[in-house]
Design a protein around this ligand. Structure first.
Ligand SMILES: CCCCCCCCCCC/C=C/C(=O)SCCNC(=O)CCNC(=O)[C@H](O)C(C)(C)COP(=O)(O)OP(=O)(O)OC[C@H]1O[C@@H](n2cnc3c(N)ncnc32)[C@H](O)[C@@H]1OP(=O)(O)O
Length: 305
């Protein structure tokens, strides 16, 4: 087992591997002793904010976000997230990802407001590049991506879910999802808007963005922001069922089709990436915008008292 941990330092093998004895080892042609895995194997790696559980049998990885209290998307979180998606993308065995939250009631609270409040231009630029990177990795992924939305998902959280191929949400009217940026006195950038338009169409996006609509679960289904509502306890199992339908489609055909649908939107950001960062920095560092963020955060905290 010690050798195994040396070979796979970032992985915790679960399932029947715990019972691996000497007879669980095989000799390679070069004479090296290698672990011989039973047919069904799961490999779980845990970083500070994410757990990635890869099932070699199905080719599906479950990525669970766990950054208390609300899975807000900080610079560190986003960096880890993009690295994890990149690793899965490069893993030939991985064909699909289910993205979910390990926290109660919240999928993701969106961008970490504290990364945008009281910070200098350099930090804001670095943060925004990480936000772009997260979206580019997820929206442009070759893998099947399913969002198992088991809680509220405002703003950047909604962007994450929309970047997936399919969304399943917990049927709980208390949970909401949407791009609510205008409620904070900020503006959803063009690629947030494009992603929503590609998901629910022009008119519904126009209404949703201007009014900063946060749709409850039934409304989210009605406008097409999510594809299915299921009882809260069944979100993950419903995601597994859904992904098996996608896995039945030949990868190359699905991937080319996905790229055909999404490439123009991705290219639009890629060709304006630096300009988009400059726009963000000059917008977010304005005194009036900083004031809006401060007021919003204060209101958020006051809700509790
Ligand atoms: C010309 C055009 C140029 C355009 C240039 C670009 C412009 C800028 C674009 C920026 C795009 C921004 C995208 C975003 O994602 S902004 C973030 C928006 N998010 C929200 O509005 C969500 C706010 N949070 C909530 O509504 C609730 O917290 C939630 C429903 C998610 C959970 O509720 P719950 O009751 O369970 O938890 P609390 O509200 O008590 O929160 C617990 C603590 O967490 C803090 N918190 C919550 N959300 C955030 C966040 N997003 N960032 C940082 N911190 C957050 C909250 O304050 C509580 O903290 P305390 O415990 O310390 O009180």
């Amino acid at each position: 087992m010690a050798t195994l941990l040396k070979l796979f330092p970032t992985c915790t093998w679960t399932g029947r591997l715990a019972h691996l004895s000497r007879k669980g080892w095989a000799q390679s042609r070069s004479g090296r002793l290698l672990p011989c895995f039973p047919a069904s194997q799961r490999c779980a790696s845990t970083t500070s904010y994410l757990t990635v559980e890869m099932d070699d049998n199905t080719g599906v990885a479950v990525v669970t976000m766990k950054s208390p209290p609300v899975n807000s998307l900080s610079l560190d979180f986003l960096t880890e997230f993009s690295i994890s998606i990149e690793k899965l993308e490069m893993d030939r065995k991985c064909r699909g990802v289910i993205l979910t939250s390990g926290l109660p009631k919240v999928f993701s609270a969106g961008l970490d407001i504290m990364e945008m409040y009281g910070k200098g231009p350099e930090h804001c630029a670095e943060f925004w590049r990480a936000v772009q990177e997260m979206w580019l990795k997820l929206y442009g992924s070759n893998m099947i991506t399913i969002a198992a939305v088991n809680g509220s998902s405002p703003a950047g959280g909604c962007l994450m879910a929309m970047a997936c191929d399919y969304r399943i949400m917990a049927d709980n009217p208390k949970y909401s999802i949407g791009l609510n940026e205008t409620l904070l006195g900020i503006v959803a950038p063009f690629w947030f808007k494009d992603t929503m338009m590609n998901t629910i169409g022009f008119r519904a996006t126009e209404l949703a963005l201007q009014l900063g609509l946060l749709h409850n679960a039934p409304n989210a289904l009605r406008v097409g922001l999510v594809d299915e509502l299921v009882p809260e306890k069944e979100v993950l199992s419903a995601a597994s069922t859904a992904i098996s339908k996608w896995l039945a489609i030949p990868d190359h055909a699905r991937q080319i089709t996905k790229s055909m649908m999404r490439k123009p939107t991705i290219d639009r950001l890629l060709s304006h990436r630096d300009q988009d960062i400059n726009n963000f920095v000059s917008f977010i560092t304005k005194d009036s915008i900083q004031k809006s963020l401060q007021v919003y955060m204060e209101r958020l905290k006051q809700r509790k008292t």
